[in-house]
Design a protein around this ligand. Sequence first.
Ligand code: SF4
Length: 289
Amino acid sequence: MQHAKQVRLQKPRWLRRRLPSGPTYGEVTTLLNKGQLHTVCQEAQCPNIWECFSCKTATFLIMGSRCTRNCRFCAVEQGTLEPPDPQEPAKVAETAETLGLRYVVVTSVTRDDLPDGGAAFFAQTIQAIQNRIPDAIVEVLIPDFQGNADAIQRVAQAGPDVLNHNLETVPRLYPTVRPEAVYRRSLGLLREVKAYDPAIPTKSGIMLGLGETDAEIRETLQDILDADCRILTLGQYLQPSKGHLPVARFVPPEEFEGWRETALEMGFSQVASGPFVRSSYHARELYQS
Ligand code: SF4
């Protein structure tokens, strides 16, 4: 019989990071507050926030800070949803320009309440950034749009430089980790983008430390490759609060390195793999590598 009591593992030495502070960190947060903008860095309690904000890098979270889904790994809150702010695409573009970004990453909460899941809003945001900063590279990290092919194509049509959709975990763990998502549907999204425009680089990733086996990781990487996706991120799952799934295992840095080598041997062209890797962590360097 299984015990319901959660065991909270102690964070290993390699996962200790500086607390957010410093003048540039303050400057970035002030700018974001001024534009009433959200970032996934703040809402998802990303452990890299000090480093990224200090380098004036952030990942914009569009269409609000509340989500329609209840993924058990994610710190973004569920709650009352507001209609998207029509000025937000312009504000994101303006703030990206003020920050001096040449690589802009945009993601969103999942908006299953909107008929197109927010695809048109993504497209407007991509275009606003491209108009304001013509030499910027734009990466979007999109939700699954419940498999709506028109919505996926709407985003692809807007011409992002990189289109990212994370699988997050191996298929066996979907019911506990992402109960409202469907593994095959997410894979289908990656395929749909390539079918629409094979020239758009696609990117995906999973978290390690949720209880997956090595064989399952390997199979998932093969599925991503079979969907013609060549950019991969692998990072450590961290439990945002007691109400979220516990960490099953802290994967040591050398194992992440082993997975990086394996993924490259399997056929991925760019791989970021490490305890602190998130899909937007050093995204520019990964794209350019
Ligand atoms: S890794 Fe991504 S989400 Fe985390 S702080 Fe950096 S830009 Fe933000």
